[in-house]
Design a protein around this ligand. Structure first.
Ligand code: 9Z3
Length: 322
């Protein structure tokens, strides 16, 4: 159902659209395995006796989702994202003491190895000089984080896989209430071909122009906030190429999807500056080269962690837990 922008879709219509999306999606192949890993990861990090209570858990989504055009997929529509933002942010969340669920597009940048693709062999090597290649120390950091149950990597490719896994993550980290955070930097497809109306075999090119109907992907952000994990602290991203409409669109997303914060970024300047939009502020965050920091994520994560702390304290006071 398409409404003029700004108008809200009635809850029952949205719920029906979401149900139809999940009912018609091809089931996740490794869903039992993913669900078991998630349960164990959240349990271990929420039962930290002697360390002052539960560790906070953030789900960082990263990379673009694909929309397959055929069931036996040869062609697909892709969404732009190198995964750099998600990988860099994961590193800073780990440094700040969070456990991270890294829900990422297969083959995109990885934490501590940001400029390299997700290839196990490449990940291990570092070029020292023309004649010297060594095993990189960063790989040890990734492995240590994984081994210590601080980093859980979950790869996706399609929009179907991504949304099913996002829902599973939400249902699992709901149990830690305000200690959970969603940091939704993945570039998610807006339109898709429903599985049932998708051609099974490779679409043939001999029959002239391709006429194909794409359906709108139901907006899951609102149900994530309201139903899936209502106490979690949620940050979404807004990407535009036209800077004139960026802040207005970010503000609209904040109100429409009841996000706690929306990070607005423009495609060309996204590595130098972002603007964090809240209900009453617009905070510009820039990379600070003079301090020797070469990315914007360092200051961004510092700000978000600060705001999450206030959110957790306020929620604890409300429930009388301290
Ligand atoms: C972003 O805006 C991310 O910051 C980038 C990061 C994808 C630009 P890279 O991975 O780039 O470092 O190369 N992500 C959200 C994009 C998005 O699809 N947002 C939706 C929208 O703008 C809302 S969910 O409508």
């Amino acid at each position: 159902m398409v409404l003029p922008s700004g108008l809200e879709i009635p809850k029952e219509v949205l719920d029906a659209e979401i149900k139809s999306f999940f009912d018609s999606a091809p089931p996740l192949k490794n869903s039992d395995d993913v669900s078991q890993k998630l349960e164990e990861f959240v349990k271990k990090n929420s039962l930290l006796s002697g360390t002052g209570g539960a560790r906070r858990v953030v789900c960082v989504t990263s990379g673009g989702t694909t929309v397959p055009l055929e069931q036996r997929c040869v062609r697909y529509i892709d969404n732009f994202s190198s995964g750099h933002r998600g990988a860099a942010s994961t590193k800073y969340f780990l440094k700040a003491g969070y456990a991270v669920i890294y829900l990422h597009r297969r083959g995109t940048c990885q934490p501590y190895c940001r400029s390299l693709p997700d290839d196990p062999l490449l990940e291990c090597l570092e070029i020292v000089d023309e004649s010297n290649i060594q095993v990189r120390s960063a790989i040890t950091k990734t492995h240590v984080a994984v081994a210590e149950d601080l980093l859980l990597k979950l790869p996706f490719t399609t929009i179907f896989e991504y949304l099913q896994m996002l829902q599973m993550v939400a249902f699992t980290i709901k149990s830690i209430g305000p200690h959970a955070m969603f940091y939704l930097t993945a570039a998610v497809s807006d339109f898709y071909v429903p599985w049932k109306s998708m051609a099974e075999h490779k679409i043939q090119s001999g029959s002239g122009p391709l006429d194909m109907r794409l359906v709108q992907v139901p907006k899951m952000l609102l149900v994530l906030r309201k139903d899936w994990a209502p106490m979690a602290f949620c940050i979404s991203f807004k990407l535009e190429t036209d800077s004139k409409i960026l802040l207005e669109k970010a503000d609209m997303a904040l109100r429409k999807y009841k996000m706690h914060m929306v990070v607005a970024n423009e495609l060309l300047s996204r590595k130098e500056e972002v603007v964090v939009v809240t209900s009453n502020e617009k905070i510009s965050v820039r990379q600070n080269k003079s301090l020797g920091v070469d990315d914007v994520e360092s200051a961004l994560i510092e700000l978000l962690v600060e705001r999450h702390t206030v959110y957790v304290e306020n929620s604890d006071n409300l429930t009388g837990q301290q």
